[in-house]
Design a protein around this ligand. Structure first.
Ligand code: MTE
Length: 360
């Protein structure tokens, strides 16, 4: 019998990932546990992972926002009091394919379904600890983390190393320099030996293979906040804005076999950036009526929470299931995601077609 995930892809027993060139996304229909295993976590690399020798690796903290330049080895970072939390990491363009599928507007870029997200248990040192140790000045306004991957070249233009300014408030809040992912050293694809984890923010904020932190008392831009990762373009009604916090989203995991007249339990998950989930609603009739689902498990900000909802399919045939999350900031998934040229932040309610079998 065919099982289907949120995006209508059949479960074929194939691999853990849906491949998009060198980027891969996690398959919803492959029964993703609460913590996404490292070898099933989505990967998004602008260039190629660098090979870093951890013994000679040093993190340089520099710029006029600190009293002096300092370097830290991995052992130095690990000598500070660490912090561990379960947080989601989600690509800004997660769900981009749905702009085409549901709204008829194909957007260029990696054609992610909903699987460019994962939740891991991250361990590292608070960025605030390291900045203060390095002599953070009160006038500092931002930190520019710089990756050690090779410079990103597009159409002959060299944009330099992958980097993106992080405002000082978020840097001092819940951002960590992580060296462990699900209690293992960071895998090469996920930033070995150290990366930022910026909870609830667009994935590009969480710079991998950290080499440098440039702390400054004035605003310095990079193409990753001026050219990309902004909301702009045709149909975008708001101000041209730098992206930071992710919106609420929800999805249905594989539903299992559905049979007319037989009680089934629908299950899925919901998440939001910088917020927890207040409510998940489920529609089993294509959006005409909605019922509140039961939330299961821990409900932490910038992480996903499980939900379940009983459903007895009334009849055999095709049905459209939908889910709608509302977060603790009062944001609710809209019917249509706001249009923007680069296809960022697809936040709309996702249509989930299922086939119900006739009673045996
Ligand atoms: N950091 C560096 N140095 N280089 C990159 O290409 N990709 C960013 C971010 N950090 C990237 C990076 C993007 S767009 C995302 S979505 C996340 O890393 C992906 O993290 P993951 O590959 O560990 O899932």
């Amino acid at each position: 019998r065919m099982l289907r995930c949120s995006l209508g892809r059949p479960l074929d027993g194939g691999d853990w990932f849906v491949h998009h060139g060198t980027d891969v996304e996690t398959r919803w229909d492959a029964d993703v546990p609460h913590l996404t295993p490292n070898d099933r976590f989505f990967v998004r690399n602008h260039t190629r992972p660098p090979v870093v020798d951890v013994h000679s690796w040093r993190l340089l903290v520099t710029g006029d926002g600190v009293l002096g330049e300092r370097t830290y080895s991995l052992a130095d970072l690990q000598s500070f009091t660490s912090r561990t939390y379960e947080r989601a990491l989600e690509c800004t363009g997660n769900g981009r394919r749905l702009f085409a599928d549901q709204q008829g507007t194909h957007r260029p870029g990696t054609q992610w379904g909903l699987g460019a997200i994962g939740v891991a248990r991250w361990t590292g040192v608070p960025l605030s600890t390291v900045l203060r140790h390095a002599g953070l000045r009160p006038e500092a306004v931002q930190v520019m983390p710089v990756g050690l991957d090779e410079p990103y070249v597009e159409d002959g233009v060299d944009h330099g190393r992958v980097r993106r300014p992080l405002p000082i408030a978020k840097a001092l809040d819940d951002t960590i320099i992580a060296w462990a992912m699900n209690d293992e050293p960071l895998p090469v694809d996920h930033g070995f030996p150290a990366r930022l984890v910026v909870p609830g923010w667009v994935g590009i904020a969480s710079i991998k293979w950290l080499g440098e932190l440039r702390v400054t008392t004035s605003v310095v831009d990079s193409p990753w906040n001026t050219r990309w990762y902004r909301m702009h373009g045709e149909g975008w009604a708001g101000p041209d804005a730098v992206l930071d916090r992710m919106p609420p989203k929800s999805a249905i995991d594989a539903t299992g076999p559905l049979e007319a007249g037989r009680l089934a339990v629908l299950r899925g998950r919901a998440w939001s950036g910088d917020a927890s989930i207040r409510m998940v609603e489920v529609s089993t009739d294509g959006g005409r009526t909605w019922d509140e689902a039961h939330l299961t498990g821990a409900n932490e900000p910038s992480c996903w929470v499980g939900w379940e909802h009983p459903w007895t399919p009334p009849a055999a045939g095709e049905h459209v299931l939908m889910t709608r999350a509302t977060d603790s900031l009062g944001r609710t998934q809209p019917d249509r995601a706001p249009a923007n040229d680069d296809g960022y932040l697809f936040s709309a309610v996702v249509r989930h077609p299922v086939t119900v079998a006739a009673p045996y």
